[in-house]
Write a protein that binds this ligand. Structure first.
Ligand code: DQA
Length: 151
C-alpha cells in the first residue's frame, strides 16, 4: 500500500450537518470521512482525514503532505477565497491537488467565485454536497502515479 491520500477541511467544516444545512447538507464531517475511507478502500488507497479552523495549521499539514501523501484533497472553505499563504504552500507540492467544495461557490456570492487555491489545484470538484469529497477521492486515485500535466 502506498502513501495515504491526505484530505484537509478548513474552517467551520467541523460544524457540518448543523451549519447552513440548506447549503451544505445534513451529513456530518464524520459522515464525509466515512464516505472518503470507503471509496478509497475500494480503490486500494488509504485516507488521512483532518480538519482545522486555523490557517497556520492547514499550512503545516499541506507542507507535511509534500513528503507523506500520495495526493492532497483540500476543502479550504473560507480560506480558499482569502489565503495567499495557503496558495504558496500548495505550490510547493509535486503531488496531485484536488480542490473540493460541498456547494458550488461559482453559483453563490461574487466573493466566492474566485479561490486562490484553484491556482495550484490539478482540478476542482464542487457542488455535489458530501459526494464532492468522494468524487475528489476518485479523481485523486486516478491521478496518483500519472505524469503531471503542465498548464
Ligand atoms: C465551501 C464554500 C466556501 O465558499 C465556504 O466559505 C465554505 C465551504 C464549500 O464546501 O462549499 O466554508 O468551501
Amino acid at each position: 500500500m502506498g502513501k495515504p491520500i491526505h484530505v484537509l477541511s478548513g474552517p467551520n467544516l467541523n460544524l457540518l450537518g448543523t451549519r447552513e444545512p440548506e447549503i451544505y447538507g445534513h451529513e456530518t464531517l464524520a459522515d464525509v470521512q466515512a464516505r472518503c475511507e470507503a471509496r478509497a478502500a475500494v480503490l486500494g488507497h488509504t485516507i488521512l482525514f483532518r480538519q482545522s479552523n486555523h490557517e497556520g495549521q492547514l499550512i503545516d499539514w499541506v507542507q507535511e503532505a509534500r513528503t507523506d501523501a500520495s495526493a492532497l484533497i483540500i476543502n479550504p472553505a473560507g480560506y480558499g477565497h482569502t489565503s495567499v499563504a495557503l496558495l504558496d504552500a500548495l505550490k510547493t507540492l509535486a503531488i496531485p491537488i484536488i480542490e473540493c467544495h460541498l456547494s458550488n461557490p461559482a453559483a453563490r456570492e461574487a466573493f466566492r467565485r474566485e479561490t486562490f487555491v484553484s491556482l495550484a489545484a490539478t482540478g476542482v470538484v464542487s457542488g455535489f454536497g458530501a459526494a464532492s469529497y468522494e468524487l475528489a477521492v476518485q479523481a485523486a486515485a486516478g491521478l496518483i502515479g500519472a505524469p503531471r500535466a503542465s498548464a
